[in-house]
Ligand binder design. Structure first.
Ligand code: NAD
Ligand code: UFG
Length: 332
């Protein structure tokens, strides 16, 4: 079976390519490298002994996509390509809407033209918006967002529901990720953002590596046990494996389904920093700062549906996530 992986050079996409190749899928990657590096394909090959077929294209570009579908019999698509920085999306919303929506529309049109009927989409827990209480269940309303990035996820989920409603043979899975961290155990691929990281784990590892002076913990006065925000951190390899289960599900079923990919357990910012220190036997300089605009106090997943219908649940511990995140940075 041949799978087109858009955004396959990125953090989650590269780990999913590894799992796909190791399970015998043929993998074709389409990525414009706007947030990733070309050597990722070689690193995947070092891990798996096989390399995905790679096309450096913009997924918004219908003609370039068409060439891929002409050259390969694509059976299913996993759609990771997108811009993902919440804060940046507030400053350049049109770029986010253009990139994330256009790439999805081009892809769906091309899939339609070539009779490809299965897609797994990278959605986000952000679609649950600010009003639903944790733990989030897939049947909660997902019709609001607090930033342009989040709106692109809400809109794309709707586009997929509409596409499936119009074609009884179409199958779409909206995977709502919680907070992916960690890296492949080889240390060859991981989260490697350009510039100063926005997300907590990439920031922690750079402080630990001495590349940044100190971590600012955004608020210690939230209504949580220790006052810092709680998130559901999930190892990226567990997350990647969830995509293979979703593909199998899309093969067997028609219509649209959403699944949470999280562990079902929350960790506070303080807890994650301490887990990182303990796992790696080092100290992370930190200070308490003001709350960051838009942060919710506590976000974690109800994981029952993925367990029951996908036969998937996360296995790796926070300890392993912290050790693997650091291993990747040490090896770079
Ligand atoms: P990433 O930035 O590492 O990977 C995305 C990849 O898509 C990059 O390699 C980038 O070059 C590519 N890309 C972007 N726009 C493209 C375009 N128009 N054409 C071709 N390639 C393009 O991000 P990630 O963390 O691996 O996230 C993957 C997906 O998962 C994204 O859609 C993101 O919104 C979603 N997601 C991520 C998180 C997270 O915390 N990492 C959480 C929820 C959802
Ligand atoms: N945090 C800090 N200091 C930092 C960075 C983060 O204290 O330097 C805190 C944040 O306030 C938050 C927690 O660490 O409480 C996690 O923050 P991240 O930025 O790592 O992750 P978010 O939960 O804010 O956002 C992530 C993804 C989004 C996605 C969202 C919901 O980055 O793409 O989860 O799933 F939309």
């Amino acid at each position: 079976m041949s799978v087109l992986v858009t955004g396959g050079a990125g953090f989650i996409g590269s780990h999913t390519c590894v799992e796909l190749l190791n399970s015998g899928y043929d993998v074709v990657v389409a990525d414009n490298l706007c947030n990733s590096k070309p050597d990722v394909m070689d690193r995947i090959a070092l891990i798996c002994g096989k390399k995905p077929v790679f096309y450096q294209i913009d997924v918004c570009d219908c003609e370039a996509l068409r060439c891929i579908f002409q050259q390969h019999q694509i059976d299913a698509v996993i759609h990771f390509a997108g811009l993902k920085a919440v804060g940046e999306s507030c400053g350049i919303p049109l770029r986010y809407y253009r990139n994330n929506l256009d790439s999805t529309l081009s892809l769906l049109e091309c899939m339609q033209e070539f009779g490809c009927k299965k897609i797994v989409f990278s959605s986000s827990a952000t679609v649950y918006g600010p009003s639903n209480p944790s733990p989030y269940t897939e049947d909660m309303p997902v019709n609001t967002a607090t930033n342009p990035y989040g709106w692109t996820k809400v809109f794309i989920e709707q586009i997929l529901r509409d596409t499936a409603a119009a074609d009884a043979d179409f199958s779409a899975i909206n995977l709502r990720y919680f907070n992916p961290i960690g890296a492949h155990e080889s240390g060859l691929i991981g989260d490697d953002p350009d510039g100063i990281p926005n997300n907590l784990m990439p920031y922690i590892v750079r402080v630990a590596a001495g590349q940044l002076e100190k971590l600012t913990i955004f608020g210690d006065d939230y209504p949580t046990a220790d006052g810092s925000c709680v998130r559901d951190y999930i190892h990226v390899v567990d997350l990647a494996k969830g995509h293979l289960k979703a593909l199998e599900y899309a093969n067997m079923n028609r219509g649209v389904e959403a699944f949470n990919l999280g562990t079902g357990n929350g960790s506070s910012v303080f807890e994650l920093v301490e887990a990182f220190e303990n796992a790696n036997n080092l100290t992370v300089n930190r200070v308490i700062g003001a709350r960051r605009d838009g942060d919710l106090p506590a976000v974690w997943a109800d994981t029952q549906k993925a367990k029951e219908k996908l036969n998937w649940s996360a296995e790796k511990t926070v300890q392993e996530m912290c050790a693997d995140s650091w291993n990747f940075v040490k090896k770079k």
